[in-house]
Design a protein. Structure first.
Length: 109
């Protein structure tokens, strides 16, 4: 039974790219109905009351999407930091084992 784990740096990078793409699409989703919310031609004069309600709802939704986007950007940054930390640790361990091997083989630096 194996008790260790292995981190696939290319998989982390792929997840980071996928999350960036998802987050990048959010602003356009928030603005999708902006041209219609306060437009009297879309609602008609009688529907302006509903247009105002929808405008408030759309603004709340936009704020929510902005919050989600900021959180997503933070997660993307953490992915990048984590991937770099794993890569640095892997390099450090490889160097340590290389020095150990050279010491066992009697190779002097």
């Amino acid at each position: 039974m194996s008790g260790g784990y292995q981190v696939d740096l290319s998989a982390l990078e792929a997840h980071e790219r996928e999350l960036k793409a998802l987050i990048a699409g959010l602003p356009s989703a928030a603005d999708a109905g902006a041209d219609y919310v306060g437009n009297p031609q879309a609602w008609g004069v009688v529907g302006m009351f509903f247009a105002q309600i929808m405008e408030r709802w759309t603004n709340d939704a936009r704020e929510y999407v902005d919050t989600v986007k900021a959180a997503g950007d933070d997660v993307v940054e953490r992915f990048a930091d984590m991937r770099q930390a794993y890569a640095d640790q892997e390099d450090a361990m490889a160097q340590a084992f290389k020095k150990l091997r050279e010491g066992l083989d009697g190779v002097k630096p």
